[in-house]
Design a protein around this ligand. Structure first.
Ligand code: GLC
Length: 650
């Protein structure tokens, strides 16, 4: 029955599309639309079928798909076909990403062009440029408060600058990822301005309420995202005398996806950027897309249906474009952003592995690996055609997002363990060299997250201030170890700009009134290229870190076992400081690799029986692929130096 109705609507809609769309180059559009339409119809019906405008809205959605397909260039259409043939192309070990702010990294988009050589020198071939859309001068949350989704912010340059950059990146076979801030707009967006002027159509683009009755009910179950700088989830708007839902900052108005017009507008934005030649779209704050009273308003089923719908529509127009889910939620929830009960991703192909990131910082602080082990063990298996973004630092804070159960299973008490971690990284723990800051401290719940540059959290800033050579060595080893882990784990490693030369905390934000209340800016530096150049001066801290990470990247790309094919197996060891896992594929260079990592500040000897039972490590020496060194295997076992990980070819 559903199927009949959906086909009738499809045929009607197609008849209305102009006859010029009947020629041969449209065949792929019709084939893909036909293949995906039943899913698109069902999802749209599930979300909006109860509305009187259901049919015209669905027809509008199809018209948007047709219009955007008509505008897609021949080169991108060819890329669509090529990537459809090689559908798991993004899971190859050759991809290594970096996230950066255009201004902090290079200044402008045209200056970005001159920095591509640096990225290639390091081995980075996927670049996530953080939001570059037009946004207000001050109230912009680092670009995540968009005023115009289809205009480049003049601070970064022009549309032509971006076109040129994309062209140069394509020549260098580099992928570009850009954000689409799907959950909210700036309160200066044209829709918000019309809403403020009393336009009911646009007021329905947001959640606006005449009094506090419903906001109070919502807030009683919604956790606060920014409890210090933006407490609560609603903001009073004086022009309309209404309360507007603002889950993040007071100037970020949450979009109302129960209105299909909003979904279609955002779909159009997604396809606009897909047609620009962007390879990967990072969908921001996707966990928040659907608001339901009485819930946390995160991870609702409808949020997943919206993502599935966006994906199915994107498959019709621009199937080569991937989505990244930015959902910083528990592991059991994160995994659902690939899509539930599926083999291949049906929502986003890529998701941030926030759990692994937090677990790595736990291992650094405790110098132990039990929680890391339990956390990885508890990470649900990803889908076949889906991959993780593995990162150590990003532009946001570090949330201690592992579950209480895993903390208990690792032998710690959840409350005191989380407190220890915050103390450790914010300089309130005697034995710690880490220099970070507490972020998002919630006095009501006692929760806190952590801000700080990777190098400063790893102890480099303190060690340099003390001129303590051995502490500097340890900090460099820690930075290298963390990067080692994300290269080997399974997924696409995502570096953060500045980290490859050990960039420290940047205090500049403290004199900027629009940033001083948000200490995430401490780890969003403006790079000093004179310091960056020190990567070429032998013996400098910059050179030591850069060359270590560069080497890891180069070697990773040679190891077939590092392609992300659900081919990781944890190996239980009898040592609380060391963790081991194997990676294995059927064929290729280095098809089986054993990764052993020691997070302690002293060496550990690991008996080799557990490995020998599997037929591995039976010889007298083994090669560490990272360094090319020969590692002896003695009857007592294999010695893993402090803060070191080996990639052993077995
Ligand atoms: C995402 C961004 C973060 C931003 C928030 C609101 O979590 O990563 O920087 O503050 O969304 O847009």
């Amino acid at each position: 029955m559903y199927e009949q109705i959906s086909h009738a609507i499809l045929n009607d809609t197609l008849r209305q599309l102009s006859t010029s769309k009947q020629d041969k180059q449209w065949q792929f559009f019709y084939t893909r639309l036909g293949a995906n339409f039943y899913a698109i119809y069902s999802l749209f019906h599930h979300l909006y079928g109860h509305r009187p405008d259901f049919k015209p809205q669905l027809a509008h959605l199809v018209a948007v798909l047709a219009e955007r397909y008509g505008q897609r260039s021949a080169a991108l259409k060819a890329q669509d076909l090529a990537r459809e043939q090689d559908h798991a192309w993004f899971m190859h070990q050759k991809w290594v990403g970096m996230a950066l702010y255009c201004d902090g990294f290079a200044g402008t988009l045209s200056h970005m062009q001159t920095k591509l050589a640096y990225l290639q020198e390091l081995g980075v071939n996927m670049v996530h440029i953080m939001p570059i859309c037009d946004c207000p001068e001050t109230n912009n949350d680092g670009g995540y408060a968009v005023r115009d989704y289809k205009k480049i912010d003049p601070r970064y340059g022009s549309e032509q600058d971006l076109d040129q950059l994309i062209h140069l990146m394509q020549q260098r076979e580099m992928l570009l990822a850009l954000d689409v801030v799907v959950n909210h707009t700036s309160d200066e967006h044209a829709w918000a301005i019309k809403a403020k002027q009393g336009d009911a159509t646009y007021q329905d683009y947001y959640y606006m309420f005449d009094d506090r009755t419903l906001p109070d009910i919502y807030e009683s179950t919604m956790p606060e995202v920014f409890p210090e700088q933006a407490p609560g989830s609603f903001t009073f708007n004086a022009e309309t005398q209404k309360w507007v839902m603002t889950v993040f900052n007071h100037y970020q108005w949450d979009l109302n996806y129960s209105n299909p017009a909003v979904l279609i507008e955002i779909l159009d934005v997604i396809l606009f950027w897909a047609n620009k030649g962007v390879d990967i779209l990072r969908l921001d704050a996707v966990a928040f897309l659907w608001k339901k009273m009485g819930s946390s308003c995160q991870n609702e089923r409808e949020a997943h249906l919206i993502l599935q719908l966006l994906k199915d529509c994107c498959q019709v127009v621009a199937p080569s474009v991937l989505f990244i889910a930015e959902a910083i939620v528990s592991p059991t929830e994160i995994i659902k952003y690939f899509g539930e009960d599926a083999v291949n991703a049906k929502e986003c192909e890529i998701a941030y592995n926030a759990t692994l990131m937090a677990l790595l910082w736990d291992a650094v602080a405790t110098k132990q690996t039990q929680l890391l082990y339990k956390g990885i063990e508890g990470l649900p298996e990803k889908l076949d055609r889906a991959t993780w973004l593995n990162y150590v630092r990003c532009h946001d804070d570090i949330g201690l997002g592992f579950s209480d159960e895993s903390i208990i299973a690792a032998g710690f008490d959840p409350v005191s363990h989380r407190r220890f971690l915050v103390d450790y990284y914010t300089g309130h723990y005697e034995d710690s060299n880490a220099k970070g800051f507490a972020f998002g401290v919630n006095k009501k719940t006692g929760d806190a997250r952590i801000s700080g540059a990777l190098a400063s959290l790893a102890g480099l800033e303190t060690a340099l201030a003390k001129q303590d050579a051995s502490a500097i060595d340890d900090a460099i080893a820690t930075i290298s170890l963390l990067h080692n882990f994300i290269m080997a784990f399974g997924g696409m490693p995502l570096l953060y700009y500045g980290d490859a030369v050990g960039t420290l905390n940047d205090d500049a934000y403290l004199i900027d009134s629009s940033k001083m209340n948000d200490n995430r800016w401490v780890h969003r530096p403006t790079l000093d290229w004179a310091q960056m150049d020190k990567r070429q001066q032998k013996g400098t801290v910059e050179q030591r870190i850069f060359s270590a990470i560069k080497q890891l990247i180069a070697v990773r790309k040679e190891i077939s076992a590092f392609a992300d094919l659900n081919n990781r197996a944890l190996i239980a060891l009898d040592n609380p400081h060391v963790i081991a896992f194997s990676r294995e594929v059927a064929t290729g260079m280095h098809a089986r690799v054993l990764v052993i990592a020691n997070f302690d500040v002293q060496a550990h000897c690991i008996p080799t029986q557990a490995f020998q039972q599997k037929g591995w490590l039976k010889q007298t020496t083994v090669t560490d692929l990272c360094s090319g060194q020969s590692i002896p295997l003695t009857p007592a076992g294999i010695v893993i130096p402090k803060l070191t990980a080996y990639w052993l070819s077995i």
